[in-house]
Design a binder for this molecule. Structure first.
Ligand code: ATP
Ligand code: FE2
Length: 329
């Protein structure tokens, strides 16, 4: 490692988690988060943004205090520029701009999805994987090709995380439903057929979610949770397997909040074993949204010479993964 390793401050807050972190090439130095949990229903964008505004001083202040205690000099402020919920993104961008001006260090606007991927590679040791990125807002199967993470397949309607969360709410479970559905599925006794929808390389989860809600009126809830997971994950494994073959990759890596699900990891691992490929799973703490992933991508970008002038720091709610030019690979 070089004499003066870069230290990046990262700020995440695209949806449910406000999180700030200090990262260098060796690892995460410190991370502090504040989680927004809706009292009822799903995530309300303005409520989430209010939550982030309320906790911003505490979360950012804690991380800055730590950097002062350790005598660290920050080299840049990285922030999640998109995609995400507009009000949340604006709250985060405003804080990041203020920090960058106050400390006199560059601002680096990063793509949240690419941050999930890069932190996954860093933490799992994958080098050139086919990536399955599954979260509350996104479902994409990608691989790096000619300087971009090319999307081989994605959802045509809602993400797999949203499909599970919606179903969970419909049967009275609180948000986020993913972990609760996983837990209930362990007690299941039988599989109930549910719609399996793969169109070419793309997927559809909306009908599956509704069908699971209907099935829960007639069947045991644990059986429905299990069947929903088995169906949705089998769809994801099918597309990942084909993307891997098509992109000629020998590695598969799972990232995003839904990646915390042990059954999905197990199914992907089995597929990889059958195909002579290697499966990579980053530690659970890096799966859901976190400040470290934003700081780490900021570090890669800064090293490759990229930063974001104030005039270009506008939030990008619809920022596409394949829009990002991968200058650091
Ligand atoms: P993105 O902007 O990347 O879509 P996000 O705001 O959805 O991010 P993530 O933390 O990446 O946030 O993902 C949250 C999702 O992960 C929720 O839908 C949640 O239910 C799901 N999830 C978390 N743990 C599990 C689990 N064990 N099994 C299934 N789903 C899970
Ligand atoms: Fe995310």
């Amino acid at each position: 490692m070089s004499e003066n390793p870069l230290i990046i401050f990262g700020l995440e807050g695209t949806a449910w988690n406000l999180s700030a972190a200090l990262v260098n090439e060796e690892g995460v130095i410190y991370e502090k988060s504040a989680t927004y949990t809706p009292a009822i229903g799903g995530i309300h964008p303005r409520e989430a943004a209010q939550h982030h505004a309320e906790y911003m001083a505490k979360v950012v202040g804690d991380v800055l205090a730590r950097s002062r205690e350790d005598g660290l000099k920050l080299d840049a402020i990285a922030f999640s520029q998109g995609p995400g919920l507009g009000p949340c993104l604006r709250t985060v961008a405003t804080a990041a701009r203020a920090l960058s001006l106050h400390l006199g260090v560059p601002l680096v606007g990063v793509n949240h999805c690419v941050a999930h991927i890069e932190v996954g590679k860093w933490q799992s040791g994958a080098r050139d994987p086919a990536v399955i990125y599954v979260s509350g807002a996104n479902t994409q199967i990608l691989a790096l090709r000619r300087g971009h993470y090319r999307i081989f397949g994605e959802t045509l309607d809602i993400s797999v995380g949203n499909a599970i969360d919606k179903f969970a709410r419909s049967v009275g479970l609180t948000h986020p439903g993913g972990p609760k559905v996983e837990e209930l599925a362990h007690s299941a006794k039988e599989y109930i057929p549910l719609p399996y929808t793969v169109k070419g390389m793309d997927l559809s989860f909306s009908g599956l979610s509704t069908a699971a809600t209907q099935a829960a009126k007639k069947h045991d809830l644990t059986d429905v949770c299990y069947s929903l997971q088995e169906t949705a994950f089998a769809m994801l494994v099918e597309v990942t397997e084909r993307a891997m073959a098509h992109a000629e990759k020998k590695e598969v890596m799972l990232v995003g909040g839904v990646g915390a699900n042990a059954r999905l990891g197990e199914m992907l691992n089995t597929m990889c074993l059958e195909r002579g490929a290697k499966f990579f799973l980053p530690p659970r703490s890096f799966m859901g949204d976190n400040g470290s992933m934003i700081a780490y991508l900021g570090l890669l970008m800064l090293k490759s010479g990229a930063s974001t002038p104030l005039g270009e720091s506008k939030v990008r709610p619809g920022y596409r993964t394949d829009d990002v030019r991968v200058t650091w690979a």
